[in-house]
Design a protein around this ligand. Structure first.
Ligand code: C5P
Length: 237
């Protein structure tokens, strides 16, 4: 029977963060950023294995204690030059069955919640193609010209911002990424095969930490979540 597995590409450097430490290791709410996503994925009972794709030259991962995750967490030191290459290398190294579901999730999205994860698995487990978490675009969109003047206002109707996890059968994803290497997410490669992944409504809180100010926002959200879960576990008087 096919199972559910997660694959976390974490072989980037996060140049836009302007920090020497790769961004997935920056401290947020008391632990390295990557640990938040790994905590959520490893705590999900449906997910059998969490593969983390690291750069072959990674010197940070083993400086933390990951023993609480046991065998469920599998580091793979086979990251590539791009995110797509890291995912493709990780899939091959994972030796998953073609029918297995794989949820690809950015190490740089620390605010993924258990409820979003469960919602996505429930909505997609019987889907023929798979799909992604995404949110409808809220802002008005401007297209810039070369002088950074507004060239046009783009209609936002029907536009969604892609997030992760992106959930596909491992066999389909290997084939899609082998054919289409210049993509910034897995869904684009699957679309290039002529398929239509499903959009599962996500949450704007599941944003990708890209710029220094994002760290502050992620920290606020994660601390609030910790307080909420602590309050929920207190006995009622
Ligand atoms: O750089 P960006 O924010 O788009 O990266 C998204 C995710 O892809 C991050 O978790 C990053 O570590 C990962 N990545 C990777 N291999 C690369 C580039 C990015 O695994 N060569």
């Amino acid at each position: 029977m096919s199972g559910f597995h997660a694959l976390v590409p974490a072989a980037g450097f996060g140049a836009r963060m302007g920090h020497e430490l790769p961004k997935q290791y920056l401290p947020i709410a008391g632990k390295p950023m990557i640990a938040h996503a790994l905590d959520t994925l490893c705590a999900c009972a449906e997910i059998a294995t969490v593969f983390v794709v690291l750069s072959p030259g990674d010197t940070q991962f083993h400086t933390y204690d990951w023993s609480r995750y046991g065998e469920k967490l599998q580091p793979l030191f086979c990251g590539g030059a791009t995110r797509a290459e890291s995912v493709a290398n990780g899939l091959l190294a994972s030796e998953l069955e073609a029918d297995d579901w794989v949820l690809v999730h950015d190490a740089a999205r620390p605010c993924l919640t258990q409820s979003l994860l469960n919602k996505m698995i429930t909505e997609l487990r019987d889907d023929a193609v798979g799909g992604i978490l995404a949110v409808p675009v809220a802002d008005t969109l401007k297209r810039a010209d070369a002088r950074q003047r507004i060239a046009a206002t783009e209609p936002r109707e029907g536009l969604w911002q892609a997030q992760t996890p992106q959930m596909f059968r491992a066999g389909l994803l290997v084939e899609a990424l082998a054919r289409c290497k210049n993509v910034t997410d897995e869904a684009s490669a699957v679309e290039a095969l002529g398929l239509q992944p499903k959009l599962v409504p996500g949450d704007s809180g599941n944003f990708k930490v890209t710029y220094p100010q994002d760290v502050v926002l992620a920290e606020l959200l994660l601390k609030r979540e910790l307080q909420d879960s602590h309050a929920a576990s207190l006995p009622l008087c």
